[in-house]
Design a protein around this ligand. Structure first.
Ligand code: ADP
Length: 175
């Protein structure tokens, strides 16, 4: 049986009314382009004000804020690795992002969570490998955390959605 708590959708993560959406931020946590810019625009200026108090975030780590004007209650900010060819620890760093976010969600008693495809925009991580890392890490975590009710992987484009669907079949032979 595939894990029914994992969902793969195409859409805009800023529209989702979940306990937390995940931001693919940069180490300053002071905003940027891509999904980071979209989240800050939708959340309003109070999000940036809270982020200024956090002192940044290291690659692979995660920090939580409120969601302000977003339909989501919280934002969990994580910083993915910049792709530098794959021999600089990028794979492990990306897996660590997912684990850090999931651990923080559990710590705060959150039950529904939505991830963007971390590092696969401006940071250049190849989507096929990133999707497999994302899904493998999330599914492994769900196996031991029954309290998480729903984890949504939000793909911005149809092409990314197709990669995630193929990756799910690859990493989870039960599908
Ligand atoms: P990174 O710097 O970690 O690569 P980006 O924001 O550049 O982060 O890209 C990460 C992913 O987020 C990309 O797949 C991009 O298409 C996607 N993305 C951009 N805007 C949104 C959005 N509003 N909702 C969901 N995903 C988005």
């Amino acid at each position: 049986m595939p894990d029914p708590r994992l969902h793969i959708i195409q859409g805009d993560i800023t529209t989702l009314a979940v306990d937390a959406i995940v931001n693919a931020a940069n180490p300053s946590l002071l905003g940027g382009g891509g999904v980071d810019g979209a989240i800050h625009r939708a959340a309003g200026p109070q999000l940036l004000a809270e982020c200024r108090t956090l002192g940044g975030c290291a690659v692979g780590e995660a920090k939580i804020t409120r969601g302000y004007d977003l339909p989501a209650r919280h934002v969990i900010h994580t910083v993915g690795p910049i792709w530098r060819g794959g021999s600089q620890g990028e794979v492990e760093a990306l897996a660590r992002c997912y684990r850090s976010v999931l651990a923080l969600a559990t710590e705060h008693g959150l039950r529904t969570l939505a991830f963007p495809s971390i590092s696969t925009g401006a940071y250049g991580f190849p989507i096929r490998r990133a999707a497999r890392i994302a899904l493998r890490t999330i599914l492994a975590y769900l196996d031991y955390h029954p309290n998480l009710e729903q984890v949504i992987c939000v793909c911005f484009t149809r092409a990314d959605w197709e990669e995630y669907m193929a990756a799910r079949a690859f990493v989870d032979p039960r599908v």
